[in-house]
Design a protein around this ligand. Structure first.
Ligand SMILES: NC(=O)c1ccc[n+]([C@@H]2O[C@H](COP(=O)([O-])OP(=O)(O)OC[C@H]3O[C@@H](n4cnc5c(N)ncnc54)[C@H](OP(=O)(O)O)[C@@H]3O)[C@@H](O)[C@H]2O)c1
Length: 311
């Protein structure tokens, strides 16, 4: 295994932050259609582009295809070169290697693109070996339908199997997209972040705002709507000291918001956050995580406050 970042995957290491597009059409978790709509996410996209974001992350399952369709529409209307990542979901009725290029073809049609920049396996599955999945991904590269290959929610051993299978085909594993935030630091504790750095695999951090908790707008008394309320009931009881510290640190940087501190912390850790935004206001605020850096001392204080919650 070599750890040199391949020429074709180098672009991902130059991107500091992206925009997540799960919100674009999802009703189950994000209550799409209640409080925000197509126009709001279009504005979130346009604002992000204006603020210099050039990478969007979608998936075939987001909004049952609506997210990819909206992305395709929005991309047609901009003359900026936007890098696009999407994902294959290993649903139980498509568990052969050829299912992967077939799914990518359908994604490309929804996206109105001839190729994507990054194609990822959304989740590993015991029903399909990592090696078979990677053979399907090699086929996607050979057909010119994706520039690079990534995985998501892969643990270290699954990632290394993916890395090695691709390497045998002279392809570098570009990325592993996993949950990472000040309120979920599994990838630091289990060594995945360090392993990604060693192998030149970009760690893409999903739910970097812990689905809104790190913005500071939610508390036990004011929980997030939908199933996030139950999911985070315990965590919400403990996060006040961290939110307070984030606020103090933000003030030291000229009034940066909690979400900006949360995203900057991830960038400082060497990962690529892809916050989701429902509207232009959220997108604008999140883009303000770029252009400045937390100090080593501030990062250590944030680590300590988060450790106290997560221990
Ligand atoms: N690979 C995977 O398995 C996987 C899993 C999850 C996510 N993802 C990807 O990662 C992206 C981001 O993760 P995520 O969407 O789970 O969570 P997130 O980015 O941590 O949180 C996004 C949510 O926080 C709230 N928010 C965002 N910015 C805000 C701001 N500036 N001020 C106030 N509220 C704000 C919004 O919800 P409210 O306004 O409703 O609070 C928004 O929907 C997704 O869009 C998707 O592309 C991938």
């Amino acid at each position: 295994m070599n750890n040199i970042v391949g020429n074709e995957t180098r672009f991902l290491h130059a991107i500091e932050m992206g925009l997540g597009a799960w919100q674009w059409g999802d009703r189950m978790v994000w209550q799409y259609g209640q409080g925000y709509n197509d126009d709001d996410v279009h504005q979130a996209f346009l604002t992000s582009i204006t603020e210099g974001i050039r990478f969007i992350d979608t998936a075939e399952v987001y909004g049952s295809g609506r997210s990819e369709r909206l992305a395709g529409k929005f991309l047609k209307e901009t003359d900026q070169p936007i890098l696009v990542a999407t994902k294959f979901f290993p649903l139980p009725w498509r568990l052969i290697r050829n299912s992967i290029p077939a799914a990518l073809k359908a994604s490309l049609e929804r996206l109105q693109l001839e190729t994507v920049d990054l194609y990822q396996i959304h989740w590993p599955t015991p029903l399909l070996s990592v090696e078979t999945m990677m053979e399907g991904m090699v086929e996607c590269v050979n057909r010119g339908w994706t520039r690079t290959v990534g995985v998501s929610n892969f643990n270290q051993s699954q990632m290394i199997r993916a890395f090695s299978t691709l390497e045998r085909n002279s392809i570098s594993l570009a990325s592993n997209q996993v949950h990472y935030s000040l309120l979920n630091r599994e990838v630091e504790k289990n060594g995945l972040l360090a392993r990604c750095k060693e192998l030149g695999v970009r760690l893409i951090a999903y739910s970097p705002l812990e689905m809104g908790l790190l913005t500071g707008k939610y508390s036990s008394k004011n929980p997030p709507p939908g199933n996030r309320g139950a999911r985070y009931a315990n965590l919400l009881k403990k996060i006040e000291p961290l939110l307070k510290l984030m606020n103090e640190i933000g003030q030291e940087h000229g009034g940066r918001s909690n979400s900006q501190v949360a995203l900057n912390w991830i960038i400082c850790k060497g990962a690529l956050p892809i916050p989701g935004a429902k509207n232009a206001t959220q997108a604008l605020q999140n883009a303000g995580a770029l252009g400045w850096k937390l100090s080593e001392e501030e990062i250590a204080k944030l680590d300590e406050a988060s450790d106290k919650i997560l221990q």
